[in-house]
Design a protein around this ligand. Structure first.
Ligand code: DAH
Length: 339
């Protein structure tokens, strides 16, 4: 019996030595100490041992068991420590590596230009308002003196939702909407997206932005319009900027004008930027037509006003010297980051 136990012990020690991982160590435990294990079956065979020898043999079996358990535990602990160490090594964090940077976007040139325009007009006491992009034909055309069959309707051919509803072709309907509210005096700008069925090229897009302006008060004259836009141009393009008012026609203003600013690139001498003329066109404007005031519920005998409208993209292209409008709609961060 003694020899048998000795053999079991030796074999156990050899197997523990040979075990390469925690699983095979557990296999050894099961094979020797488990329910059907070698040592367990020795214990089960105790009934065949003579009663007087039992205490001695029992003690021997227990000693063997304890020793094997002790060695098994030690091996297990050692192996677990090794596994932990390897895991730590594999998961090591190099704190000297550069951090991953969050990619943040960049403000769009349109936004930068709009905020600049808003800053200037807010400084002159204007309010910023907005109107709907999907608009009634009534506001987009009728109330602006553009009745059915008017040639200006053709020029601003647009997308019709139905006979009465269009994607607005201009921000000018905001004028009618604000006047109709009847809160006077009015000093407002209305920026926003507009739509026309134009083909895409370097200077056109079926969707672009305008900034509308409207002032209605007692004793407003063309002189107020001139003074306001001259000051605006100086603030936006520099103190040296000169302005030129060219007579023009818009159905909702009378008289009407187009405004050119002296080329801020060459100072008016003529260059590639202003196509040699020394002047750059920036907006349309005029004195609000009495009939428009009337249609919007304002007495033209008591109140007068002026209005203006400019293209936001045009301002952005000029200010940041971008020569193709399409770049503004691609949203390439490498492009946007330059402004
Ligand atoms: N709405 C005009 C356009 O899109 C621009 C314009 C001209 C607006 C004269 C005005 C104005 O307010 O007075 O071409």
């Amino acid at each position: 019996m003694k020899e048998k136990l000795q053999k079991i012990r030796e074999r156990a020690m050899a197997q523990i030595q040979a075990a390469g991982n925690l699983n095979s160590l557990n296999d050894v435990r099961v094979a020797i100490l488990g329910k059907k294990g070698e040592l367990t079956s020795v214990l089960k065979g105790m009934k065949e041992v003579a009663p007087e020898d039992r205490p001695k043999v029992g003690q021997l079996v227990n000693e063997t068991r304890e020793e094997i358990e002790r060695v098994l535990d030690e091996a297990k602990k050692k192996m677990e420590a090794l596994v932990r160490e390897e895991k730590l090594k594999a998961e090591v964090i190099d704190v000297t590596l550069p951090a991953k940077k969050n990619q943040v976007g960049h403000r769009h040139p349109n936004t930068i230009a709009l905020e600049e325009v808003e800053r200037i007009f807010i400084g002159m006491g204007y309010e910023v308002v907005e109107g709907p992009e999907i608009e009634y034909d009534l506001y987009n055309f009728e109330k602006l003196n553009i009745p059915e069959g008017h040639p200006a309707k053709d020029e601003q051919d647009t997308f019709y939702i139905n006979k009465e509803i269009v994607l607005r072709t201009q921000t000018s309907p905001c004028q009618a909407r604000v006047m109709e509210q009847g809160k006077l005096p009015i000093r407002m700008i209305a920026p926003g997206r507009v739509f026309r069925s134009d083909e895409v090229d370097a200077t056109h897009s079926p969707s672009f932005h305008q900034i509308e302006g409207l002032v209605v008060d007692k004793n407003i004259t063309f002189a107020d319009l001139k003074g306001t836009l001259e000051e605006f141009a100086r603030e936006l393009f520099g103190a040296e900027t000169k302005t030129k008012f060219r007579p023009h026609h818009f159905p909702f203003t009378e008289p009407s004008a187009e405004v050119d600013v002296s080329c801020f690139k060459c100072g008016g001498k003529g260059c590639r930027f202003c196509k040699g003329s020394g002047w750059i066109e920036i907006l349309g404007c005029g004195v609000v037509h009495p009939h428009v005031l009337e249609m919007c519920g304002i007495d033209p005998e008591e109140y007068t006003g002026f209005a203006f409208g400019m293209g936001l993209e045009r301002i952005a292209l000029l200010k940041y010297e971008i020569d193709d409008m399409r770049l503004l709609y691609e949203n390439d961060i490498r492009f946007l980051k330059q402004f």
